[in-house]
Each structure stands twice: as structure tokens, then as C-alpha cells.
Ligand binder design. Structure first.
Ligand SMILES: CC(C)(COP(=O)(O)OP(=O)(O)OC[C@H]1O[C@@H](n2cnc3c(N)ncnc32)[C@H](O)[C@@H]1OP(=O)(O)O)[C@@H](O)C(=O)NCCC(=O)NCCS
Length: 174
């Protein structure tokens, strides 16, 4: 399904690879962590299996040093002529340990370097400070709509290929 091999992530002890059907239980556990229900969606096993089979989707899992799944990211809207890829869902089993950053870093590299997309985008609830901080640190920006204009819908954050390539290396990021 994917042209990328498992590779080391930014955090030395974790690695990333395309998900398989065998990862669905662990993926479901990640999105069902206590406290996650007001920031991230959840799918049933059947929904994940159907999504995994979709050629327009990519699933990536992050693994710890024992090869246990510690997070995942789902990309959607992938097509030969597609210019924008949706980061549909991202969740880390435990927060604040750099796993979300490693997953999104990998996803953006896949989107821009492998898929050659012009833009990546996602939806995030404004109360999700951790998510918004992560996306901002990786160069994503809100679409500028006010809360009134959004009318209760989540914020949209995007990054285009030029901005992705212009990002400063992590050591220079404030
Ligand atoms: C959102 C999520 C994927 C982020 O992953 P994470 O592993 O917790 O985040 P990281 O440890 O990679 O931290 C990312 C950055 O955000 C910063 N950050 C973390 N929490 C923060 C907070 N509450 N306020 C401000 N900054 C914060 C960190 O300092 C880090 O920056 P650094 O790498 O420069 O130190 C994860 O917290 C998660 O799974 N949340 C629940 C599900 C969810 O909300 N998914 C996203 C839906 S849009």
C-alpha cells in the first residue's frame, strides 16, 4: 500500500510505519484514551478496516522500542491529481512526549516529499490547545475565520509546500 519503509522518527526510541489490519485494536485504544473524546473522533473497527482499504487514505502508526503502537495518523484525500491532503486524525497514546510531533512530522514529509501535494490541512477544535500548539510549531496556520464565521465548526489549519520547505530546522524553532 505504501512506498515507504519503517524509519526512525525524531524521537530516537520510536519508529513509524504504515498501519495494517493488525494495528486496528491499538489505533482504537489511542483514540479512546480518557479525555480525548472532546478533541478527536473515534471509529468502530469496521470503519477503520474500511478506511484502511481506501486507496485515498494512508494510515501511519508510531511504535515504541518494543514495537507497541503508541500513536497513529490518518491521511485522506490522496489522489494522483489531488493538490491538498487532509490530515484526518492524529492521536498519541500518551501526551506530551513528542510522539504527536514525530507523527505529524512524518505525515508532512509524506504529503510534500513523497506525494508532492501543494497543501496539507486539518480541522482542530480551538479548545485543543495541545493540538493547536503542535500544528503551529510545525508551520501550520489557521484559515483566519473568526469563531462567529466558523459558527461552531472546528478551525481549519493549513500549510502549503512553500511554507513547509521554508520552515526553520527544529533547533531554530522558538
Ligand atoms: C494532539 C496530540 C496528537 C499532540 O501530540 P503530543 O505527543 O501530545 O504532543 P507533543 O509531545 O509532540 O508536543 C507537541 C508540541 O506542543 C507543545 N505543547 C504540548 N502541550 C501543549 C499545551 N497544552 N500548550 C502549549 N503547547 C503545548 C509541546 O511543547 C511540543 O512542542 P516541542 O516539541 O517544541 O516541545 C496528542 O496530544 C493527542 O493525541 N491528543 C488527543 C487527541 C487529539 O486531540 N488529536 C488531535 C485532534 S485535531
Amino acid at each position: 500500500m505504501m512506498g515507504i519503509a519503517p524509519q526512525p522518527a525524531a524521537t530516537a526510541t520510536i519508529s513509524l510505519r504504515p498501519a495494517t489490519h493488525d494495528d486496528v485494536d491499538a489505533i482504537m485504544a489511542c483514540e479512546r484514551q480518557p479525555g480525548y473524546d472532546d478533541t478527536v473522533g473515534r471509529w468502530s473497527r469496521e470503519e477503520h478496516l474500511a478506511a484502511l482499504a481506501e486507496p485515498s487514505h494512508r494510515y501511519i502508526v508510531a511504535l515504541d522500542s518494543h514495537n507497541a503502537v503508541i500513536g497513529f495518523v490518518i491521511l485522506q484525500e490522496i489522489a494522483p491529481a489531488a493538490s491538498a491532503v487532509l490530515v484526518r486524525r492524529i492521536a498519541a497514546l500518551s501526551q506530551g512526549r513528542g510522539h504527536g510531533r514525530a507523527l505529524l512530522d512524518h505525515a508532512l514529509a509524506l504529503i510534500f516529499d513523497e506525494l508532492g501535494a501543494a497543501k496539507a490541512w486539518l480541522r482542530v477544535w480551538p479548545h485543543n490547545a495541545r493540538g493547536m500548539a503542535l500544528y503551529t510549531k510545525l508551520g501550520m496556520r489557521e484559515d483566519g475565520l473568526s469563531a462567529v464565521q466558523r459558527n461552531g465548526a472546528p478551525a481549519v489549519m493549513t500549510i502549503d509546500a512553500a511554507r513547509y520547505r521554508d520552515r526553520k530546522p527544529r533547533s531554530e524553532t522558538p
